[in-house]
Structures are given as C-alpha cells and as structure tokens.
Design a protein around this ligand. Structure first.
Ligand code: CA
Length: 364
C-alpha cells in the first residue's frame, strides 16, 4: 500500500478529517472521514455584488475549505431563487438551509430585528460588535429568531454609511418635505415623519429609480458600493453623515433543523467564519470607501456636503420618538431596545473620549 492511501485509510477509519503534509489534496480524504452537507444560501444582494454580495460567496468558499469539503454552500443572488426580501421566510420555512442579508429587512414581520442591523444615531460597527459578542446582544438575537426556527450569526458590517444621493439641495427642514427617498428600516419612518416619502427598494433597482426621477434621493451604503451602482451618474449631491445607518450589521441565518444536523466542528467552522467575515468586511469597506471617495472627490459634477445641523437635529429628535413608539408597541422591541440603549449609553461614554476625541485631535 502506498503511504498516501495508507494515511487516507487511517483517517477515514478513525473518522477524522486528517490532512498531512504528504497529501497534496486533503479534500477527498476529509470527505471520506465524515458526513457531507450541501446547502443553498439565498441572499438579498445582487449576485456577487462587491462587499455585500461577496460576503456569502466568501463564506461558502472558506467554509468549504476549512471543512475539507464536508460543507458545501451554493450561493444565490437576490431574485435567483427567491426575491431579495423573502430570504427570512425561505430559510424559516426550510426551503433553503441558509440566507444572508440584513435584519432590518424583516421589519413588519419581526420589528425588533432592526436593533441587530442599525438604529439611526445608534451603535457604530465596533460598538455593535461589543454588544453582540460580549454585551449579551447575541443571546437576545437568538431568542428573537427562535420562534421562526432560525439561528442568526452576525456576518459582515459596512461601517458608517453616507447620508445618500440627492437630486436637490438640502438646505433646511423644508427641503425634506415631499422628498421621495429610498431608505429602509427605521430611517425610512423617520423621513416620513419629517415630511418625506420613504421607499424600500432592493439595491438592484436603485439606480434606475433615481435616474428616471421615480425617486428624488437614495441612501445605499457608501462610496465603495454607491460608485459600483453608478449612483454618482444619477444625482449631484452626496450628503453625510449616514445618520440612518451608523454601522449596520449584516447577518447569516440558518434554518434550525439544518443547523442541528451539523456536527459540532462544522457548527464551529460556520460560526468562526461568519465572525471573521464581520471584521473582514469592515476592512474591505475601509479600503474600498477610501479609494472610491478619492475618485468621487475628483469628479467636478459631484458636490459632497454635510447635512445642515438643524436637519440632523430634527431627524435625531424624530428618531427618539419613533424608537420610543416601537418599544411601547412591541414587547420584544421593548426588551431588546432597553438592553441596546443601556449598552449605547456606556459604550458612547468611552467612544466620546477615545474614537471621537482622537478623530477631532487628528484634525487640530
Ligand atoms: Ca443603507
């Protein structure tokens, strides 16, 4: 018996996914050592879209490699298997094993899920991760999804977004009135109460809606993703800051029965890979936004501006009202919101004298 066959046979006999330096390819050996799984993952994103759409692709590639081919995941872009906003239902019903998207898209089905993506004027990327992984957030996240037979895993974060692209100047509160803007989640409700008309559109439909005048404005993500859609070719004014999404967390959701069918090591591989992708995506967006912003700044047809203070102050006070109502009307939102805002108060106290103080100091 050749050494390679001998080693492979031993590993299979022991039920181990062993891989030695003598083996050029350990995939087949590992597969022989345990049950294999083939999953489908539906997403809310355009297929292979930079950052957002690549996160589930990267998840699939890394999980397959880390598991020695024991868990293979085929990724479908929004609309390929199910529409972008039906990911939650498809995974909940067990039509597919896995999904990737943003929890605020489930507004109306499970309102409290919005706390795990973004709350306007709420936690930043790093603060959200502190809450989820160390501050008790994950326990609340799992508990919220349990009745839907879903297991949530944070998987990606875009960092602070931009306020969005506008086809008209925003100089005062009056300019918000009558504004038709694509803006999902709680931010959309805040815009509505400020006199605007919020619209929820999947990413793939934004450019055409803005270009044809079906909407006056849109937020999407930031320079990296917005430039990919060519939004700078459909609107002139690019406003900041992204008050509506200070560091939205994305999610992988797994059907409970599918999750329970995995052996402990594969569960760990999926969990660790999702957590790795959360920091990986933050790094990708830090880089991509910096490069794309430089390009946008050099474009004479674009004006990059801050929202007037009075507009931001109004949006903030309406946000407080909207969140208070959400918590008053929905017991799950009351419980999760209480934990979220208690955490925000503590983490903001440190962010103020660390990140914020440092960023101010850097520009003195
Ligand atoms: Ca957004």
């Amino acid at each position: 018996m050749k050494r390679r066959e001998f080693v492979g046979g031993l590993a299979a006999a022991a039920g181990l996914a062993a891989c030695t330096s003598e083996q050029a390819d350990c995939t087949s050996t590992a597969a022989a050592g345990g049950e294999t799984f083939e999953w489908s993952c539906v997403t809310s994103w355009p297929p292979k879209f930079p950052g957002l759409g690549m996160a589930p692709e990267n998840l699939a590639t890394r999980v397959e490699a880390a598991s020695g081919g024991r868990l293979k995941i085929k990724v479908y872009g929004g609309g390929e298997l199910v529409p972008p906003f039906e990911v939650f239902d498809a995974v909940s019903r067990g039509t597919v094993e896995m999904g990737h998207g943003a929890s605020y898209y489930h507004k109306g089905k499970v309102d409290a899920a919005q706390f795990f993506t973004a709350i306007p004027f709420g936690l930043t990327n790093t603060e959200l991760n502190g809450w989820l992984y160390y501050g008790g957030g994950m326990d609340l996240y799992r508990e919220l999804y349990e009745p839907f037979d879903l297991v949530p895993l944070p998987c990606g974060n875009t960092g602070v977004q931009m306020g969005g692209w506008f086809n008209k100047e925003i100089n005062s509160i009056d300019d918000i009135k009558g504004l038709k803007m694509r803006i999902p989640g709680l931010g959309g409700e805040v815009l509505r109460r400020a006199g605007g008309t919020p619209v929820t559109l999947p990413g793939a439909e934004i450019f055409t809606a803005l270009q044809t005048g079906a909407i006056d404005a849109t937020e999407w993500v930031g320079p990296y993703n917005d430039a990919s859609f060519g939004l700078h070719k459909a609107a002139k004014y690019y406003y900041y800051p992204g008050w509506q999404e200070p560091g939205p967390g994305l999610e992988t959701i797994v059907n409970k029965a599918a999750w329970d069918s995995l052996p402990p090591d594969l569960k760990e591989i999926v969990s660790i890979t999702c957590q790795a992708l959360t920091t990986d995506m933050a790094a990708e967006y830090t880089h991509g936004n910096a490069m794309s912003l430089a390009t946008l700044k050099a474009d004479p047809n674009i004006e990059i501006r801050p929202f007037p203070d009075e507009v931001v102050a109004l949006l903030k006070s309406i946000t407080e009202e909207v969140v208070a109502e959400l918590m008053a009307n929905d017991p799950a939102s009351a419980k999760i919101g209480k934990a979220y805002f208690e955490y925000l108060e503590k983490t903001a106290a440190y962010s103020d004298i660390s990140e914020r103080a440092y960023l101010t100091a850097r520009h003195l």
